[in-house]
Design a protein around this ligand. Structure first.
Ligand code: XIL
Length: 364
């Protein structure tokens, strides 16, 4: 009689233990897919290339802590400034490669994918180019620049931003020296020259406000125009200089789908999320980012990376525009002397709440 009771108690204990196995907490611990990754590259490299922009000071060894973060967290680098025309060909026909060489060397030593930024852009363009006023000279100069720079690094740069920011918000052509004196054909001439200089490099168009319907329509027309002429364009880059609320995730999603449907991959090439008002020079967070704003930023980053993950087959790369907040151009654009918090690491190279929320969004 007593032995029977003992048996019932033991059986009941086993039953309760096995019941626990069905409880969600236990399931979560055992389920590999919910393990939170520890680095951005661990979390996202299965979906797309994970990149970051490196400053001139960083590549010249002035910020070893930043370079450790790059090696630990990312699989690709872009020179934030060092491969732009004003640095690479400051005077006609005389090329400066030293800093670009450092980026290439760092990328190759650490098995990082090197992105070339950027070949034809109205900004950070030396004055000797801006002052050219005849079409034939400008075509020659543009082709020579592309041929020299792309040719120099042929086989070593994964992809080039061939043309940068050629359109206004409404989709009309920006009044640059290239458009003014060469006309719309500077697009096909630049892409064809890049393709000729390195047939293995991917070729991109890179711009901001890529969700604007006018700009989107023009960019898609341009993609189709190049394709009709058998000139390759592999991806369009949505820069991703976004705010806490704008553009909405839905609007970004529709743009990713629309560009992809035009026959190219999509790259988020310069991601940062400003917490400051872009329409006035207020600098409210000099003493630190309040917790509620840090939480909004963390939620925004998680929502963005969830969206990128959802469209992994359309997205080739996501690149953060800087390693840490202290480096970010948002501290001096559109207003100088401000204190912004747009990136995943803070000014002391510490991981921010938005870093952790981004990792939490990674598992399938
Ligand atoms: C910015 C850099 O981050 C700054 O350091 C520099 O002073 C100006 O350019 N679009 C681009 C990038 O394609 O090259 C720009 O980078 C940001 C906007």
């Amino acid at each position: 009689m007593q032995r029977g009771l003992l048996l019932i108690i033991i059986l009941a204990m086993f039953a309760s233990l096995s019941c626990r196995r069905d409880q969600p907490v236990f399931e979560t611990d055992e389920d590999d897919s919910t393990v939170i990754p520890e680095t951005i590259k661990e979390g996202y490299s299965d979906y797309f290339i994970t990149g970051v922009a490196i400053s001139n000071a960083q590549i010249n060894g002035e910020e070893p802590q930043a370079m450790e973060i790059v090696k630990e967290q990312f699989t690709s680098i872009t020179a934030e400034n060092d491969m732009k025309w004003e640095y690479m060909e400051p005077t006609e026909g005389s090329f400066y490669y030293d800093d670009a060489d450092l980026h290439l060397a760092f990328a190759e030593e650490n098995d990082l994918t090197m992105i070339g930024h950027t070949l034809v852009w109205h900004s950070q363009l030396p004055s000797w180019v801006r002052s050219i006023t005849d079409s034939a000279t400008l075509v020659t100069v543009m082709k020579n620049h592309i041929d020299s720079v792309v040719g120099k690094y042929a086989g070593r740069v994964h992809g080039w931003d061939v043309i940068n920011e050629a359109f206004e918000y409404d989709g009309s052509f920006r009044d640059t020296v290239f458009y003014k004196y060469i006309g719309e054909s500077f697009f096909e001439q630049a892409f064809a020259a890049a393709q000729a200089a390195d047939s293995t490099a991917e070729l991109y168009y890179n711009d901001y406000s890529m969700t604007s319907s006018g700009k989107k329509e023009t960019v898609i027309n341009m993609i189709e125009h190049l394709q009709e002429k058998d000139i390759r364009i592999d991806a369009v880059c949505m820069q991703g200089h976004w705010t806490l609320t704008s553009p909405s995730v839905e609007v970004i999603e529709q743009s990713i789908i629309d560009y992809y449907n035009a026959g190219v991959k999509v790259i988020i090439s310069e991601l940062d999320v400003t917490v400051l008002d872009q329409n006035n020079d207020a600098d409210p967070y000099v003493d630190g980012l309040p917790d509620d704003v840090a939480t909004d930023l963390a939620e925004r980053y998680a929502a963005l990376f969830s969206l990128f993950k959802k469209h992994e087959e359309k997205i080739a790369r996501v690149t953060l525009w800087g390693v840490h907040d202290g480096q970010s151009w948002k501290n001096y654009s559109p207003y100088s002397g401000r204190t912004d918090y747009p990136l995943l690491f803070d000014r002391d190279y510490e991981k921010k709440a938005c870093f952790y929320s981004t990792l939490e969004a990674a598992p399938k």
